[in-house]
Design a protein around this ligand. Sequence first.
Ligand SMILES: Nc1ncnc2c1ncn2[C@@H]1O[C@H](COP(=O)(O)OP(=O)(O)OP(=O)(O)O)[C@@H](O)[C@H]1O
Ligand SMILES: [Mg+2]
Length: 433
Amino acid sequence: MAQVILENVYKSFPHRKGDAPTPVKDNVNKEDTRAEGVSVLRRINLTVADGEFMVLVGPSGCGKSTLLRLIAGLETMTGGNISVGNKLVNDLPPKQRDIAMVFQNYALYPHMTVYDNIAFGLRRRDCNGDKASDSSFVENFLVGATRNLPKGLRYISQKERLVDQQVRYVAQLLQIEALLKRLPKQLSGGQRQRVALGRAIARNPQVFLMDEPLSNLDAKLRAETRAQIVKLQRQLGTTTIYVTHDQTEAMTMGDRIAILNQGQLQQVAPPLELYNRPANRFVAEFIGSPPMNFIPVKFQAPQIITNGDFRMTLPEIWGATLQKYDGQTLILGIRPEHLSLSVPATKNLPVQVELVENLGNDTFLAAQLIIPGFQDHSFASNSLQVRIPPDRTVRMGENTWLSITPEKLHFFDPDTELAIYPKTSPMLPFEQK
Ligand SMILES: Nc1ncnc2c1ncn2[C@@H]1O[C@H](COP(=O)(O)OP(=O)(O)OP(=O)(O)O)[C@@H](O)[C@H]1O
Ligand SMILES: [Mg+2]
């Protein structure tokens, strides 16, 4: 087991013909663009503790797979340091990093049985002379000489006995003992997935890297295998970095989640902290489904927010924190579950229901804001996502009012999009650092 430390990791790929120049945000340091070519990862600093299950999440193309491949040694870094278990591995080839990676597409050997697929890495390690024993010559001779005899009479080497023990242990752990003699093509997607996991587990590495290992499975199997991976990881205690772009997987699996966007880490925190105290608007929108709603509002000290006819008095706790924004526009963030159907009032939001989705356990609405005099400052969509209890019937096209749970408000700076939090907040379990 081992901790994994990434320090100032940068990665850029050489420009190819037809590539657009690397987009550089105004608030990004000059040093971030120092690497020539297409900059894919910038200033990544992350410590994954010994035995921790870290989920790496972010939209497509943000650099998740690239980061895993850097840790595994399958790509070279442009800058920075990676250590595994207090050992700098920057220049070590993949084989010497003691890391097992599970790829999205399983990559099983099609001509080998499940048994041999799991045993492959173990046999190869021994063949490379990691632990060559004195008796290996004699053993090889005996194995060769008895190869064509009936099974019970063949000589089985000490190495092969250890491999067999490990393969059967892993097969039992993953409940695939009955499949050991099959070829990959004779397995279902979920079974193949478990064999791929088995192959990684059998090597007993210091670190597991998993790159969207469940994305080919159907919803039910996905949920089952998800639970199985979490259970296994707890059992084995192996440091794990698990990549996904599915926020439900991220929320349910990780001890902590690292959110990546455009090659930069946005926030690293336990799942509920991300939900309750997102560091910025990107995280607030990415974590939670449907995503958080954003509405531009004008702040008037001591504690009023307005937009058109909408006017709401904030809980006292916001007064001092927002004072410096007096007379300015802020972004109000409100989650779909913190809006509810209500009565006409200036502190409520008048909407027209555009879409009703009954899921049985929940009902989701998409509703258009229809506040007289409302200004959208051109950055906000006026459509709100709302979650209501399933027993409330709402018709499409209906006009109604939404009340906001005052204890569940979020505010973001309109320029930096960083979240603004009161110094101490009884509604939120985590103190601002
Ligand atoms: N070998 C390469 N040469 C040039 N650009 C590359 C190379 N590999 C990846 N990229 C680019 O790096 C960026 C990050 O790719 P990466 O595969 O890490 O994304 P990802 O977060 O894993 O996305 P997804 O969720 O779609 O798998 C992408 O813009 C991609 O086009
Ligand atoms: Mg990827």
